[in-house]
Design a protein around this ligand. Sequence first.
Ligand code: GTP
Ligand code: MG
Length: 314
Amino acid sequence: MIYYNLVLLILFFTLFLILIRRLSKKKYKVTTKEGILAEKLQGIIKGGKNIFEEIEKLLIEADIGPSTVYDILEAIREDNKRIKNYKELTGFLKAHLTKVLDGSEGKLNLSDKSIILIYGVNGVGKTTTVAKLARYLTVKGKKVALVAGDTYRAAGGEQLDVWANRLNVKIYKQGHGADPGAVIFDAITSFKNKKEYTTLIIDTGGRLHTNENLVNQFSKIIRVIRKAWGKIPDERLLVLDGTMGQNTVNQVNIFSKVIDINGIIMTKLDGTAKGGILIRIFKKYNIKIKFLGMGEKIGDLEEFRISNYLERLF
Ligand SMILES: Nc1nc2c(ncn2[C@@H]2O[C@H](COP(=O)(O)OP(=O)(O)OP(=O)(O)O)[C@@H](O)[C@H]2O)c(=O)[nH]1
Ligand SMILES: [Mg+2]
């Protein structure tokens, strides 16, 4: 009889444990926000794996950069007792990275008449970003005109033309193969004297075979703008492709030799790309991050906000 009762008790207890686990799992799903790294972090915590090794691997994979990852792990070690679950871990990571990113949010600084220069390597999303910015500024009441400065690619000017038509904004363009310097010079000269436009956004080409060519061509464009405008462009925005990872650091390095970059726009963060590299770039170059490209459509441009960015990352 005693034996029978004991078996019954064990059975009851096991069922109770299963029920508790089920319930807590359900609660877990409801209460956690699912950022890109969320699932993996939950796995680490729940799997009882070596938490430091796993977090290190994950943060390195997210392109956050070795020195920042090292700092984070040191801080977690010091604060080890506090981190008991997923929520506490992400809270800790967000708080730490918010400090690292302090000062990284950048806004456009435009006056009654300003020029925005958009540049970056081949295919990163420059032309799309020019169109997105045109719409962003039009909504804010600016009178925008565009310059098709990419004359290398046969479709380069046409692509911008399509956007300009859709947005109903002015576009300065010349034929395929024209000298980009001449296109830009003529556009600025006209823009300067036209009261009906407040903001000129210049698209440039990125299709050059070597870094040296790119730098030479780009230096020439800046010289032309200085000559026509009397100073460097008011906004000098480098477009980086979020899916390119570590490569983007080299791109910042190359362009920073020729131009005083005053803002970064990172595109293609609507897919699996985490964009953790922005943390590394900001730490290294201290350049403001101004916008994130979140898709191919005209409205898919987001002002960079540290909190939103980190919310998406974790
Ligand atoms: N998913 C996604 N795709 C994007 C985004 N921005 C641009 N693209 C796509 O990326 C591709 C290249 O975009 P473009 O704007 O032509 O890039 P570009 O830098 O002007 O290219 P080149 O002029 O050839 O150097 C296009 O298919 C765009 O639709 C983004 O934020 N998300
Ligand atoms: Mg283009």
